[in-house]
Design a protein around this ligand. Structure first.
Ligand code: ZN
Length: 581
């Protein structure tokens, strides 16, 4: 066997370490032992390797302990660097941070629906950047449309809960419906200064004019008249739709949506009361006024949001100029699609309305509540978002991207159990003794203990449950391995109970004939279990008794099935939610 450079390097690394740990002298035996522990595939070639090891050990032993130590340090430094590169992507720096005393970011949800994976990017980026610069992260509820985007009290709370779960809790919370007097004050200032006006035109008339770059008849009126109209709005002299405050921009702006944008309008809160402030207010700010004023007053330095907000920036910049404010740094990231996930709020709301979804944590939804129930970890969401970062290109991700991050996080903690979906009985005959299968709860963590199965044959027969899916693939005469137990030969698959006979015990025998491996449960040691799948269908089956010891809200791996989160443990039923393979 040729000893390639890679392997030589490895042997040298182990020999150096061994030498440093033993006063400068490496020994062949321990070096081979360590090498085989790391590369078990070399076991069959140990004789050939021994010569190379002897050679390298001799060479290492000619060095002084000091030199050996230096080399070990250099090696470990190199592995450290390598690992770090592989480990985590970092976010790129924010622009112009040096211009601000404290970096302040904000996430501003409308509490008219629960937040979901589509909001994760804004939340995680804003939170991470605030943390990175020891700044502040604000959350502002944008709840100023009690009519069309009607906020609901339950979502103010559920959003807070979701942010806590995501470990993205803000330093401060703000609620726009608490701040209406502030918006009124700023609107009045704009009107007094002639930078905004109260338009009483029909919206169709206004649109026609503005589309052809023409002012409406209100625009040119003296500001005193507009102040009078404004007070009229506040006092209820106009009905819904009869008066709108508009911020003056540029009538020849190439984007018609920028021209004299609406800033405040009337909502009949007798008919559409606000869930927090009821019918107290009649005039409500629109998005750009409320958001623009707040970003400035709350000291937001870096706005991080989707590029669909670019036009809003252009609109708000007019208002900022009128007030003599500097517009914050704005980072507009591209769209993020996740194939297979419905991230459209209106579609989610519609589905809830039509009762397609049973609850906000329905596994088909990408709400944080649903992800939490399915066992997705907040860190998996964070890693996914940080990997994508704030880049401006559109990205399309898949559930698999999220699952890969999640698997890495949950795998080490998830103990293994046998879950037999849609169980079918199989009788194994010809068992001449008792069998005990002792399987570790986690193959990498024997210290966590074992699951023990006792198979006590009665008249040489024993009964098991296997998954119908596995049973369907069985053919007469085929040898199948019951994982960690024994190998059987299938004798009859035609009847509802499959019949088989003991074949042999050792794994090697199964391996030699490439016998399929299946999981199983003795019929006298099972519990009922059902798993809610991502499609909201339910996989019913049996799980081994040992699974009883698991507490709820634990993630385990059902072998050959997938990772699941134990949702509830009842007296006679274990209910789980499926995470992923
Ligand atoms: Zn008008």
């Amino acid at each position: 066997m040729p000893c390639n450079a890679e392997l030589q390097k490895e042997i040298r690394r182990i020999a150096l370490l061994n030498a440093v740990n033993h006063g400068g002298r490496a020994q062949q035996g321990p070096v081979i032992g360590k090498l085989l522990a790391e590369k078990p595939e070399l076991r069959s070639k140990v004789k050939e390797i021994a010569d190379y090891v002897a050679e390298i050990v001799n060479e290492v032993n000619t060095l002084t302990l000091k030199d050996q130590t230096k080399l070990v340090e250099k090696n470990s430094l190199m592995t450290l660097v390598k690992e770090r590169v592989k480990e985590e992507k970092k976010l790129p720096p924010l622009p112009n941070v040096h211009l601000y005393e404290t970096v302040v970011t904000r996430f501003s949800p409308n509490p008219d629906a629960p937040i979901h994976l589509g909001s994760a990017r804004a939340i995680v980026l804003c939170h991470e950047y605030a943390k990175m610069y020891r700044g502040k992260f604000l959350v502002r509820f944008e709840d100023t449309d009690p009519k069309l985007k009607r906020p609901q009290l339950e979502f103010y709370e559920s959003i807070k809960k979701d942010l806590k779960w995501l470990e993205c809790e803000p330093d401060e919370y703000y609620v726009q419906s608490d701040r209406l007097p502030i918006y009124y004050e700023h609107a009045e200032q704009l009107i007094k200064d002639g930078n905004a006006y109260v338009c009483t035109c029909k919206s169709t008339t206004f649109k026609k004019l503005i589309d052809s770059n023409k002012p409406c008849q209100c625009r040119g009126l003296p500001s005193q008249e507009h102040v009078r109209r404004w007070h009229g709005m506040l006092e209820g002299a106009y009905k819904e739709g009869e008066a709108v405050v508009r911020v003056k921009t540029d009538l020849s702006h190439p984007n018609p949506a920028v021209r004299d944008w609406p800033a405040l309008r009337i909502i009949n809160t007798k008919k559409y009361p606000h869930p927090r402030v009821g019918s107290k207010y009649y005039v409500w700010p629109l998005y750009n006024l409320a958001c623009g004023v707040d970003d400035h007053l709350l000291g937001v330095t870096h706005i991080i949001r989707g590029k669909e907000h670019l036009t809003n920036q252009t609109r708000q910049e007019f208002m900022y100029r009128y007030f003599g404010w500097a517009y914050p740094e704005a980072i507009h990231y591209g769209r993020m699609k996740i194939t297979g996930a419905t991230l459209s709020k209106s579609k989610i709301l519609q589905g809830m309305h039509k009762r397609v979804y049973k609850s906000w944590d329905d596994p088909r939804l990408a709400t944080f509540a649903a992800l939490r129930r399915r066992g997705i970890q907040p860190d998996a969401i964070k890693r996914l978002i940080i990997d994508v970062g704030p880049k401006t290109q559109d990205v399309t991700l898949s559930w698999q991207n999220l699952y890969a991050h999640n698997r890495r996080i949950v795998e080490p903690g998830a103990n293994r159990y046998f879950f037999v979906e849609d169980p079918r009985r199989i009788v194994v005959r010809n068992l001449s003794k008792r069998f005990v299968a002792r399987i570790p709860l986690h193959p990498d963590h024997p210290e966590r203990g074992y699951r023990e199965f006792h198979v006590d044959p009665k008249e040489s027969n024993a009964d098991f449950w296997v998954a119908t899916k596995d049973a369907r693939r069985m053919e007469k005469g085929q040898v199948i391995r019951f994982m960690d137990l024994f190998n059987v030969r299938i004798e009859d698959v035609k009847n509802s109970v499959v019949r088989a006979a003991f074949h042999s015990q050792e794994y090697e025998e199964a391996k030699a004939i490439r016998a399929p491996l299946i999981h199983w449960i003795p019929t006298n040691a099972s519990e009922k279990c059902q798993v809610v799948m991502p499609t909201a269908s339910v996989a019913k089956g049996l799980v081994e008794q040992k699974c009883n010891e698991v507490t709820d809200d634990t993630i385990v791996q059902f072998e050959r099935f997938g990772f699941v989160r134990i949702d509830a443990i009842e007296d006679d039923l274990i209910e789980a939610y499926y995470c992923h393979r």
